[in-house]
Write a protein that binds this ligand. Structure first.
Ligand SMILES: [Zn+2]
Length: 142
């Protein structure tokens, strides 16, 4: 994966961006965890997604859809989730292509930091947040 641009779109190559977090480095902020989770979807790292999922919402297993290709991430708004926060939310839109059809997954995600590690709590309770089921239905139906 030498020199490959990171899927999260920050402009760095994968190895020096989300790849470091996938390799075990803790995410410093909620947004960096969110970006690294998007990148994990893009590179197919289900183990990382489970590791960074808060136990309260974590599915027992996660099977990523190999036909679903993530193509772009846009972080729209970040609240808290900084170096000195214990919680945070990140609103984002992620674009994917499945069987030639373009789709958008929009979510406001909640994050919590425990023992210095950010974890993904789940989508905030907002209208439209149930679009989340689109992405995770494979695992939750199993
Ligand atoms: Zn990245």
């Amino acid at each position: 994966m030498d020199g490959r641009a990171c899927p999260c779109g920050l402009g760095d190559d994968y190895e020096s961006c989300c790849g470091r977090l996938h390799a075990g480095e803790p995410a410093p902020t909620a947004e960096s965890l969110m970006r690294s989770r998007y990148s994990a979807f893009a590179v197919g790292d289900a183990g990382y997604l489970l590791r960074t999922w808060h136990p309260s919402g974590r599915p027992p297993e996660l099977t990523l859809d190999p036909d679903l290709r993530w193509t772009r991430l846009a972080v729209l708004e970040t609240r808290d989730g900084g170096l000195f926060d214990a919680t945070g939310t990140v609103q984002f839109r992620a674009v994917y292509v499945e069987q030639g059809q373009r789709g958008v997954h929009a979510e406001t995600s909640r994050f919590i930091r425990q023992d210095g590690h950010w974890t993904y709590l789940g989508p905030a309770d907002l209208p439209g947040a149930d679009r989340d089921t689109l992405v995770y239905s494979v695992a939750l139906d199993a």
